[in-house]
Design a protein around this ligand. Structure first.
Ligand SMILES: Cc1ncc(COP(=O)(O)O)c(C=O)c1O
Length: 433
């Protein structure tokens, strides 16, 4: 029976610096056990890459050495020949090397305040849900508490509570139209390891913190670390970049937290799912940083993340990684992305206008703060939520009822239907009343 930590896990833990390093101290039992098997099948196979006769890995090749592939599938991929060939093969568990490098460069381009701050290379995951599961596996023990605002994506329940045995402690999300940073600071009181999950732009509310609120969150977390607590901050940046107002913090909070304090580990989870509109591609990234991190420590964290990838899905979709790498290397990528951003922004602005033009809607619902992302939420005034949702459905309007609110995904509603959407919601609330 295998019980002790393997030599490889021990080596990574030693590289991290054991108890002297926050990244080691905050690892879960599983996180301490996991390692990347560099010397296993994958490593041996890599060593044999240029061997004349290579009988190492379980992929299949034609007599001429190209990947064995069904023509019908190859044709459907419609990629340049060389890319189409690699698309059929496995990518490393760490992800396609050039894609990781490119995503790291993009992080610097997209986060102006990250300049000069050290962070790990991103490790590729099967999109954000998987990155979140990896973070849970690496940092959450059964019985640990995860701190998050009370308006949160419901899948966190399955990931952290049901699958990893953590309890979820929530704090009030909004006060007077702003993020309740004081409520967050209050939940950080008391000694011990803190695991904090932040998600901006937020699902379900579509809210991103202002520059000032970002600073307050940073201060609260830094303050907690300064008191001697180990702090892991999990940043779910699924909707990164979709900010529609001025004065909103446009970087990821990773920029502030990556170099905040020796006791604070920042874990950034992001990816193209929502940012680049490729929901079904299943590619994401997990990236680590803490103040004073040495290369060897960041590499140890990458190894543990890639080891978790290897243990769960082995490696992420190769066609998706190839297509994304091609896109990120293309000259038209940024301008094409801008067009899609403008599509969503126009809907956001239309909603603001409709709400301003129709004060009578306040009898039926009140908009929660929103300024970014795919969603906005309304609080229903004086009618039962589920009854309103059902009434909406009867009138051809689908919305989500969640956390005592109605969530509207304007990301999926054409501009010319936005006015009608709110009119139907108003009518539904009146009918239920
Ligand atoms: C806040 C948040 N995080 C993560 C995800 C999941 O992203 P992915 O599809 O990349 O797993 C979603 C999807 O709805 C989300 O809203």
């Amino acid at each position: 029976m295998k019980n002790n930590l393997t030599e490889l896990a021990n080596a990574l833990n030693t590289n991290l610096g054991l108890d002297k390093c926050v990244a080691y101290r905050v690892l879960s039992e599983r996180g301490r056990r996991i390692y990347f098997p560099h010397k296993g099948i994958l490593g041996q196979s890599a060593e044999a890459r240029s061997a004349e006769i290579n009988a190492t890995i379980g992929t299949a090749f034609e007599e001429d050495g190209t990947p064995l592939a069904l023509p019908i599938i190859k044709k459907a991929l419609a990629l340049p020949e060389k890319t189409a060939q690699t698309a059929f093969l496995y990518q490393p568990s760490f992800g396609k090397a050039q894609l990781r490098k490119k995503w790291g460069e993009k992080l610097l381009e997209k986060n102006k305040n990250l300049a000069g701050i050290k962070f790990s290379e991103p490790v590729v995951t099967a999109a954000l849900t998987h990155a979140l599961s990896i973070s849970a596996s690496m940092f959450v023990n059964p019985g640990d508490t995860i701190i998050m605002p009370d308006l949160y994506w419901d899948n966190y329940d399955l990931i952290f509570y049901e699958s990893h045995g953590a309890s979820i402690k929530t704090y009030n999300t909004f006060v007077n139209g702003n993020f309740d940073t004081a409520a967050l600071a209050k939940t950080l009181e008391g000694p011990g390891k803190k695991i904090v999950l932040l998600n901006f732009p937020n699902n379900p509310t579509g809210y991103t913190v202002t520059n000032n609120e970002a600073k307050e969150i940073f201060e609260a977390l830094k303050n907690c670390a300064e008191k001697g607590n180990d702090v892991v901050v999990l940043l779910d940046d699924a909707y990164f970049g979709l900010v529609y107002e001025k004065g909103i913090y446009e970087d990821s909070l990773f920029s502030l937290l990556a170099n905040a304090h020796e006791n604070l580990l920042a874990v950034k989870m992001d990816g193209p799912t929502k940012e680049d509109y490729v929901w079904g591609f299943r590619v994401g990234f997990i990236t680590f940083a803490f103040k004073g991190a040495a290369d060897i420590q960041l590499k140890a964290l990458e190894d543990k993340a890639a080891g978790t990838v290897r243990a769960t899905i082995s490696n992420a979709s190769s066609p998706s990684q190839e297509i994304l790498f091609n896109a990120y290397s293309s000259e038209s990528y940024e301008s094409e992305k801008r067009v899609k951003y403008n599509t969503l922004k126009a809907r956001y602005e239309k909603i603001k206008q409709v709400l301003a033009d129709r004060p009578e809607y306040a009898e039926s619902f009140t908009a929660m703060p929103f300024n970014s992302g795919y969603f906005m939420c309304v609080k229903i005034n004086g009618a039962e939520l589920e009854a309103v949702r059902q009434e909406c459905l009867k009138n051809g309007l689908g919305v989500i009822s969640i956390s005592g609110l109605i969530r509207i995904a304007f990301s999926s509603v054409p501009l010319n239907k936005i006015e009608e959407l709110f009119e139907r919601l108003h009518k539904a609330v009146k009918a239920v009343k």
